[in-house]
Design a binder for this molecule. Structure first.
Ligand SMILES: *Cc1c(COP(=O)(O)O)cnc(C)c1O
Length: 398
């Protein structure tokens, strides 16, 4: 008899996006004349950068010619992408070895798969509110999860303290959904906590490219000792518009080691290499050529212009909220505006109000954790016209 992984029974049904879709579909049906502006989903809308498209086209041609055709590649990615990333990190003051970088089909997969190299006895620390993947992937393993609270008082940037007992720590900076980003000094505190407790930090830097201020780290490895306690997960999804193209990368430093119960020193880099070579067969050559191009000088410039377009949308949104005196977080280092629901409304109450009165779709903050109640996430990934019109509607009617 097959015995199922009953931890799946403990997952909460993910009603969030299906519930939003149902409500929006009903509204559209009942109000065919209204123009609905969608600011809910965290997906990019602008096309890939030209230099990325050209690189992938060239790679397709190579695959059609006997001399340049490629079959299975290295599971951890081709060295040409590793080298492009080593240079990219160097520009942000971080030195890595090519063998510390693993290319994957995205940060969501890596977030889930990395749980393989940790025992199920670990206590997992997750900030609330946050990207729901960290919680669900650990519930699937039956692990104990503890939360640190993001609040307006700590600017949605929870900090460690000695009362916290945790072994694996998820941090997401800039954060989805709040847009809050840790300073270097704050990351130093988390690194100090991890080293003191022999914990490991899983640092999700999916929005690093939105950071423009030199005071905000784009990588946790700008903190001196972080290589001894942190794995960094990153993605080209938001950075280079790869949400549909699929490519991400995970950095596991050689300095990251932990002792097994029998005294054996386990190198996490070796464990992850073994995990990936066993269960994963690599990202398509064509996609990796696109990724290489995205990290080239021209690629960073072209992708930067796309990010600037989204940043301008965020500025337009912040201007309106400022005018209305509505409190919000994020927007500066991220494509997300985390706004307080006006007049003490709850997340879903305000969601309904925005949809029914203004035909604007947001994401209820409560969908990202208990601490998200009373907030709503708006994204800057929309069109310029849509963003401007949504803000005009809010300015008139909020
Ligand atoms: C979008 C996002 C990712 C990226 O996931 P991919 O699988 O690479 O598309 C990872 N983490 C967070 C917090 C995100 O918002």
């Amino acid at each position: 008899m097959a015995i199922m992984n009953e931890n799946y029974c403990n997952l909460k049904e993910s009603y969030l996006f299906s519930q939003i879709a149902t409500k929006v579909a009903k509204y559209v049906k009942e109000n065919p004349d209204k123009k609905v502006i969608r600011m809910g989903i965290g997906d990019v809308t602008l096309p890939l950068a030209p230099v990325v498209v050209a690189a992938m086209k060239k790679a397709v041609e190579e695959m059609g010619v006997k001399e340049t055709f490629r079959g299975y590649g290295p599971e951890q990615g081709y060295d040409f992408v590793h080298e492009a990333l080593v240079k990219y990190y160097a520009k942000h003051g971080v030195s890595l070895e090519t063998s510390e970088i693993f290319i994957s089909d995205g940060a969501k997969s890596d977030c889930g798969n990395i749980t393989d190299i940790f025992s199920d006895d670990n206590v997992i620390l997750v900030p609330d509110p946050v990207y729901p993947v960290y919680v669900d992937t650990n519930i699937m393993r039956g692990r104990k999860i503890v939360y640190v609270k993001g609040t307006p008082e700590n600017n949605f940037l929870p900090m460690p303290d000695d009362s916290i007992k945790a072994d694996v720590i998820y941090l997401c900076s800039p954060n989805n959904p709040t847009g809050a980003a840790y300073t270097k000094a704050q990351l130093e505190e988390w690194v100090a906590y991890a080293l003191k407790n022999d914990a490991v930090i899983l640092y999700d830097a999916a929005y690093e490219a939105f950071v423009t201020n030199a005071d905000i780290p784009r990588s946790i490895y700008v903190v001196e000792e972080a290589k001894k306690c942190a794995i960094e997960l990153c993605s080209l999804s938001k950075t280079a518009g790869f949400t549909g193209t699929r490519c991400g990368y995970t950095v596991v430093p050689h300095a990251l080691k932990r002792k097994a119960g029998n005294g054996t020193v386990m190198e996490l880099n070796k464990m992850w290499l073994r995990r990936q070579t066993t269960k994963f067969n690599g990202v398509p050559y064509i996609i990796q050529r696109g990724a290489e191009a995205a990290f080239s000088e021209q690629g960073v410039k072209e992708c930067g212009e796309i990010l600037e377009f989204y940043r301008e949308n965020a500025r337009i949104m912040m201007e309106t909220l400022d005018k209305k005196g509505i409190k919000y977080f994020g927007g500066i280092y991220s494509p997300y505006i985390w706004m307080q629901c006006p007049n003490g409304m709850g997340s879903w109450e305000f969601f309904d109000y925005l949809l029914e009165k203004l035909a604007i779709v947001g994401t209820p903050g409560a969908g990202f954790g208990e601490m998200g109640e009373g907030y709503l996430r708006l994204t800057a990934f929309g069109s310029r016209e849509g963003t401007i019109e949504a803000m005009e509607r809010m300015e008139r009617s909020l």
